[in-house]
Design a protein around this ligand. Structure first.
Ligand code: NDP
Length: 478
């Protein structure tokens, strides 16, 4: 098996160590061996990015746009092969994985266009004879740290805007999913990105991630992952006054009102809570259901769950792939026990099951008779586990929906324009969905949350420029 290497200062280099990339649907299947960078290599990557910055940030924007377009096209051309790799290393189903790869390609193409859209402003000064211009400039070297649950889309939505606006990048992917990151790096290199502009440094977060966040030549850090890690990264970055952006977890509510269309409600709940094995920061883990539809809704959801196939992510007909690894599976099972101990009723699922190959298979678990203060309704589980909270009416449902330290995504299923409009305005989430699942977003509009879910500027679409550029105000005397 050939070692997949890091890409630093324009060269593919061995690491100080290597790890095996294991298929969660079949733990006998080793996808590849991936190099692990040491801190000296990380240092080299940052310095290479620093050296490359002057030429890249002032070079031809036509060339930059064409490079991003080539990256996007190459990803789209290889979506089937890359989708297979992604499903094999992360465990989401093949259609979900292929869709994620296509999304990554579209993001690069979007930012190829965005390169040419960067505008400034020219204003008269309050002092006669002066002009004032307001322009945007790149930041410098950006450290990008990504989680395992979207192995190509999240890297794409950080790398593409960083490069588009003229920055250089050191990218540290999650240890569990080096395959997609490495394939993306190969595509970026083949598209003609100059040496040093893009660097791939695979390695453990506590070593390589930490060194990246604390490096004095890293001007900004964009992170997606858990709250704990995010909090530490923010403290370190702010401590040395580097710009930082965090996207973290969610405990996203889906409110189902009495007047909801039942099929839509069931579709939103099952898709939002359990697809991608519930391993989405936007998953609807809290189903807040008003009394008049409560029993019918639960009956229909359970019927639907019983028909879902939990199996190998690469198999035709699988609806829910495995959990990503043993540690995450243990966390899911711990929370299932916690819910039962707290007095919630486990209506279905929550069992570890065996399939033809050894993997981390868990049936989708639904809790009922839960209350908003239970740990299963307050802490992010990050697996195929959801709970139903009964509410008397819309007002109580809204209060329960907002009763969380998180605020990423929130949904409502209703036919009432009045309640939908009120919910859109008063939900304390960064993204609100009406009659669609809480998970599943577009790439050309802002992505991000409030409260404990996010920190700093939004990601994606033209709003990405808020993080990846800095504003300059210049005065000129005529
Ligand atoms: P982690 O926070 O453990 O890891 C995220 C990334 O940070 C990984 O690349 C990890 O590296 C790295 N890292 C770990 N420790 C450090 C450190 N001390 N310094 C710098 N970097 C570090 O999260 P997971 O990858 O386990 O992802 C699951 C979590 O992420 C869930 O809680 C989920 O809610 C959240 N998430 C949020 C999203 C959002 O957009 N809001 C999207 C996706 C996930 P390594 O893998 O090597 O440990």
């Amino acid at each position: 098996m050939t070692l997949k290497k890091n890409y630093i200062a324009g060269e593919w280099v061995d690491g100080e160590d290597a790890i095996a990339n294991i298929n969660p649907s079949d733990t006998n299947d080793v996808i590849g061996e991936y190099a692990q960078a040491g801190t000296a290599q990380l240092e080299e990557a940052v310095l290479a990015a620093r050296r490359a910055f002057p030429a890249w940030s002032t070079g031809s924007i036509q060339a930059r746009s064409e490079i991003l377009d080539r990256i996007g096209q190459a990803i789209l051309d290889r979506r089937v092969e890359l989708g297979r790799l992604l499903a094999r290393e992360e465990g989401k189903t093949l259609p979900e994985a292929t869709g994620e790869v296509a999304r990554a390609g579209q993001i690069f193409k979007y930012f190829a266009g965005e390169v040419l859209q960067l505008r400034g402003e020219l204003q008269p000064s309050v002092r006669p004879g002066l002009d004032v211009s307001v322009t945007r400039e790149p930041l410098g070297v950006i450290g990008l740290i990504t989680p395992w649950n979207f192995p190509i889309a999240i890297p794409a939505w950080k790398i593409a805007p960083a490069l588009a606006y003229g920055n250089c990048v050191v990218f540290k992917p999650a240890e569990l999913v080096p395959g997609s990151a490495h394939a993306l790096a190969e595509i970026i290199v083949a598209a003609g990105v100059p040496a040093g502009v893009f660097n791939l440094a695979m390695g453990p977060g506590r070593v390589i991630g930490d060194a990246l966040v604390n490096h004095p030549h890293v001007d900004a850090v964009s992170f997606t992952g858990s709250q704990n890690t995010g909090r530490n990264i923010a403290a370190a970055a702010i401590g040395r006054m580097a710009k930082v952006q965090l996207e973290m977890g969610g405990k996203n509510p889906l409110v189902v009102l009495d007047d909801a269309d039942l099929d839509t409600a069931v579709e939103c709940a099952v898709n939002g809570a359990f697809f991608s094995t519930g391993q989405r920061c936007t998953a609807s883990s809290r189903l807040v259901v008003t009394a008049g539809i409560h029993d019918r809704f639960i009956e229909a959801v359970v019927e639907r769950l019983n028909g879902l196939v939990v199996d190998d992510a690469l198999k035709d007909g699988t609806h829910i792939g495995p959990v990503v690894d043993e540690r995450q599976l243990q966390q899911d099972q711990d929370y299932i026990n916690i819910g039962s101990d707290e007095g919630a009723q486990l209506l279905c699922g929550g069992e570890r099951v065996e399939r033809a190959t050894p993997g981390f298979y868990l049936t989708p678990a639904l809790f009922t008779e839960t209350t908003a203060d239970m740990r299963i309704n307050r802490e992010e589980i990050f697996g195929p586990v959801a709970s139903v909270i009964r509410a008397d009416d819309y007002e109580q449902a809204l209060a329960v929906a907002n009763d969380t330290e998180f605020g990423l995504s929130a949904g409502i299923v209703t036919q009432s324009l009045k309640h939908a409009s009120h919910f859109k305005r008063f939900s304390q989430a960064g993204m609100v969905m009406v009659n669609v699942p809480t998970a599943g977003v577009d790439y050309h509009v802002p992505f991000g949350g409030r409260k404990g879910s996010s920190y700093g500027a939004r990601e994606q679409g033209s709003y990405a420029r808020e993080f990846y550029t800095t504003v300059k105000t210049a005065y000129t005397s005529a």
